[in-house]
Structures are given as structure tokens and as C-alpha cells.
Design a protein around this ligand. Structure first.
Ligand code: SAH
Length: 352
């Protein structure tokens, strides 16, 4: 697996950050700041983000359509082994109606996220995306986040109209990855990401910060891997231990680590779309504003029903579970205004 710090060969196109004038590339400079001066790193990441994306913060409506999951990931609250989860699954009609309602409120970009639920076959998901596109007058983009699926499935879903796919690699450390995911290999997930790109999806990946056994250099490697993969979108959030998982006893989340990893990733991928994640907002009341101040340019309000949100607990303490998202617009608008940005409800496609 490439990406060890000593192996980083900064050959790619230079990032638009200032070189130190002594032959170090932009990647070298960003990595040095990551280890030595996180404050300066974050302020440069904010500048880079504002230079490329301006004040815009794209809004993506998140629909958590099922919490059934065939996987048993050690970090995740809806893992198969957690018998205390009240399981639900939205019907295709409900999912389409949810998107159509949000369309009426101005939403033009959706993310369908779920556990790995075999009842959502390629055909079922294809029908759902076709329904959303039709009901939203073909003016919206749809992203799917439903784990590793077969090549044929990805192709079928792309043909059905899914525009984007989100598949975090979770960590660039192959041993850690495999421990977290019951022996599954990181390379399988990376192959899936490459296949998605090949099929023309706008491709998103990302990682958690603060996983047990992760070093600072793992986070640097994560950012470098996101760059190597050419991600159009990168989601980064703090790992929050869930009491009903094997990692229940892991240490408390450290948002500083998340911000540092985000800032580095922003400098390595200036054009990528990067959300201020709900997990960050859940560990710190100002977590999303802090992310939007050092590289993030996307928010993803949950547009599902309040009772469903509470049952989709990947981690404890998830925010906004009791609210209808009708309230999100004004709350989020005020939050982004507080750091000199503004919401943008347009499709917000990948920047070439
Ligand atoms: N089943 C899909 C979607 C996963 S949920 C998939 O595997 O790709 C989306 C993301 O939530 C995960 O990729 C993971 O990075 C994050 N997540 C899961 N459990 C978490 C926890 N305890 N704390 C913080 N983030 C978590």
C-alpha cells in the first residue's frame, strides 16, 4: 500500500499554496505545516477554500433510507451485531416523496445513505433514482452511499441516473482497516472507488479521525490517499465511540484532530467538495462552523423523518434528531453567515 510518509512522491500538479521558495512543493509545505504548525495550516486551508469556492456552502439533503445492515463494522452503531437497534427501511415511494418535498423547498442535491441492506437491490435503487429524477424535473443530482457493490451494479445504477457515489475508505492503514471491518481488505474498497470513477461517477471518499491505533502520520497518509484517488468529494469526521460496539471504550473524540486532517486534505485537494459533518457538530456545538472555517464547503441536513433519524445512530449524541428539516434552512443559514459564508442550494457538481 502506497502512502507511507517516507514514500510520498509529490509529483502531482502543484496545489495553489505558497511554496517555501527553497524547492519544496506545495505538498511538502502542507505536510510540514500539518506536523509543525496546525494553526497556520488551518488558516491557509480556509484561504484556499474561499479562493476556489468563494462564500458558497452547498446544501445536500441527506436521506438515511435504511438502518438494516449486513456488515459488522467495529465502529458503527447500526452494525449487524447490535440487537438493540430498532430497524427500519423506507419504502421506495417514501424515499421519492421525501426528495420531492425537499425539491419544493429548493433542494437540488440529495444523498441517499444506508446500511448494507440486501433488500435494496440494484433494480430497487434504480427505480428510486428514476423516481426522484422524474419528480424533481431532472434538475437534481443524486448521490448514493451504500457500501461496496459489484461492478455490474455500479454500472446499472450509473445508467439509471445516479450521479455521485460516496464510499469512505475510513483509514489508509490497511491493518487498522481490516481490524475494523472483520478482515475485509482495504484494497477491495479502493478498487471499488477506482471502478466508480471509471464509470463516470463523481466520486467521494473520506475517513474518520481518532480511530484507536491511528497515528498523526495515518491522518497525513489519509489526506495523501484522498489526493491519489482524485476524490471529487471528501468527508471527514471524528470517530465517536458507540456504547453497543466493540470500540465502546475508545477515547473521547478530539475535534482538533479532525480540523487538522481536514485542513491538510483541503490543501491537497483545493477543488474537492468537503462537508462540515454532522459528527463534528455532534461533538462540539460549533463543530460545523469550525470545519467551514478551515476547508469545508458543504452541509448535509438530514431531510428524513425525526423518528427515523433517532434510529440511525451510527454514533451516540447525534444532533438535530428531533427536528423537522424545515427548521434546518434558517438554522444553517445563520451558522454559515456567522463565519462569512452563505448557503447555496444549487446542484454543486464536481469541479474539473
Ligand atoms: N454503509 C455505507 C454508509 C456508511 S455510514 C458504507 O459503509 O459506506 C457513513 C459513514 O459514517 C461511514 O463511512 C463512517 O465513516 C461513519 N461512521 C460510522 N460509524 C461512526 C462512528 N461511530 N463515529 C463517527 N463516524 C462514524
Amino acid at each position: 500500500m502506497k502512502g507511507g510518509l517516507e514514500e510520498i512522491a509529490p509529483q502531482g500538479p502543484a496545489c495553489p499554496i505558497v511554496s517555501d521558495g527553497e524547492g519544496a512543493t506545495a505538498v511538502d509545505v502542507a505536510l510540514r505545516l500539518f506536523f509543525e504548525d496546525p494553526g497556520e495550516l488551518q488558516s491557509r486551508a480556509d484561504q484556499a477554500c474561499r479562493r476556489v469556492h468563494g462564500q458558497r456552502v452547498y446544501v445536500r439533503g441527506l436521506i438515511e433510507y435504511t438502518n438494516h445492515c449486513a456488515m459488522d463494522c467495529a465502529y458503527c452503531g447500526i452494525r449487524r451485531g447490535n440487537r438493540e437497534v430498532r430497524r427500519y427501511r423506507m419504502s421506495a415511494e417514501e424515499i421519492v416523496a421525501t426528495a420531492a418535498r425537499a425539491y419544493g423547498l429548493g433542494y437540488r442535491s440529495f444523498v441517499l445513505q444506508g446500511g448494507e441492506d440486501p433488500s435494496f437491490t440494484d433494480d430497487v435503487l434504480a427505480r428510486i433514482v428514476e423516481g426522484i429524477k422524474r419528480e424533481c424535473h431532472y434538475e437534481v443530482a443524486v448521490a448514493l452511499s451504500a457500501g461496496v457493490r459489484g461492478q455490474a451494479g455500479y454500472r446499472r445504477l450509473r445508467e439509471a441516473g445516479i450521479d455521485r457515489y460516496l464510499l469512505r475508505f475510513e483509514t489508509s492503514d490497511p491493518r487498522l482497516y481490516s481490524r475494523l471491518k472483520n478482515g475485509e481488505s482495504l484494497s477491495r474498497r479502493l478498487d471499488a472507488l477506482r471502478a466508480l470513477k471509471e464509470l463516470g461517477y463523481e466520486t467521494g471518499s473520506g475517513f474518520m479521525t481518532g480511530l484507536p491505533g491511528e497515528g498523526l502520520s495515518t491522518l497525513a497518509d489519509n489526506a495523501v490517499l484522498a489526493r491519489e484517488l482524485g476524490c471529487d468529494m471528501v468527508g471527514i469526521g471524528p470517530f465517536i465511540p458507540h456504547p453497543k460496539t466493540p470500540l465502546a471504550g475508545a477515547g473521547a473524540p478530539d475535534l482538533g484532530r479532525t480540523l487538522r486532517a481536514l485542513a491538510l486534505t483541503r490543501l491537497l485537494l483545493p477543488k474537492a467538495h468537503m462537508p462540515a459533518t454532522t459528527a463534528a457538530g455532534s461533538v462540539d456545538g460549533q463543530g460545523r462552523e469550525k470545519m467551514l472555517s478551515c476547508g469545508a464547503n458543504v452541509v448535509m441536513p438530514n431531510i428524513g423523518l425525526p423518528e427515523r433519524k433517532a434510529d440511525y445512530q451510527l454514533y451516540p449524541g447525534k444532533i438535530c434528531v428531533n427536528e423537522d428539516y424545515g427548521q434546518c434552512g434558517s438554522c444553517l443559514a445563520a451558522r454559515v453567515a456567522s463565519i462569512g459564508k452563505r448557503l447555496d442550494y444549487s446542484v454543486g457538481g464536481a469541479l474539473a
